[in-house]
Design a protein around this ligand. Structure first.
Ligand SMILES: [Zn+2]
Length: 190
């Protein structure tokens, strides 16, 4: 039935429009807690606490191996049902479904770096580092292309006339507005 097909198309479109907004409150380099869901040959499936609707996984290559192997062996994975500290290594929103890749390497928990899309050198994405995540989206359709970049590299690529944009690239996340005053005047604290 044409009507039903049209309805279906609208619903599909709405679903497609939403998938890249999932997990938008996570950024590469964010420290999280995650629950281990299952053991797989290639690593573990996980659930990020507070983001249980988004799929997540940790490759064996970014799980420390107590025996010194380059990647953790299945018997070295953290137990199913256990909680671990992890860092967001990648959030793939290019194709649905959105997917979070985590790293559990102790070195990454201390400091997480990724290659800068401008200069090709490593940039630190942990808080206090010199890097940012660039999310690229289009009005033509859903999906988000992401890459990491040094703040300075990205600002340097912008037209020198765009002073405001360059300043914001260097300050975003650091330049926090003051928290709203609570309990002052007529504003309700909630
Ligand atoms: Zn760079």
């Amino acid at each position: 039935m044409p009507g039903c097909a049209a309805d279906e198309a609208v619903r599909d479109d709405q679903l497609m429009q939403r998938f890249d907004s999932v997990g938008c409150d996570l950024v590469m380099g964010t420290a999280v807690r995650a629950t281990i869901i299952s053991h797989e040959r290639w690593g573990v499936m996980a659930q990020v606490i507070g983001h249980e609707t988004v799929g997540a996984s940790v490759d064996a290559g970014v799980i420390d191996s107590p025996s010194g192997s380059p990647q953790a062996r299945p018997e070295e994975y953290p137990p199913v049902g256990g909680q671990v500290d992890a860092v967001v290594q990648e959030i793939n929103r290019y194709h649905p479904p959105a997917w979070i890749r985590l790293t559990m390497r102790a070195a990454n928990l201390r400091e997480f770096s990724w290659t800068c899309g401008c200069c090709g050198q490593l940039t630190i994405l942990s808080p206090g580092g010199d890097g940012v995540t660039v999310d690229v989206r289009s009005s033509e359709g859903p999906g988000c292309a992401s890459f990491a970049a040094h703040r300075s590299c990205l600002a340097g690529r912008l037209n020198p006339d765009f002073d405001g944009d360059r300043a914001r690239v260097k300050a975003v996340g650091r330049d926090q507005p003051p928290p709203p005053a609570i309990g002052i005047g007529n504003q309700s604290p909630r």
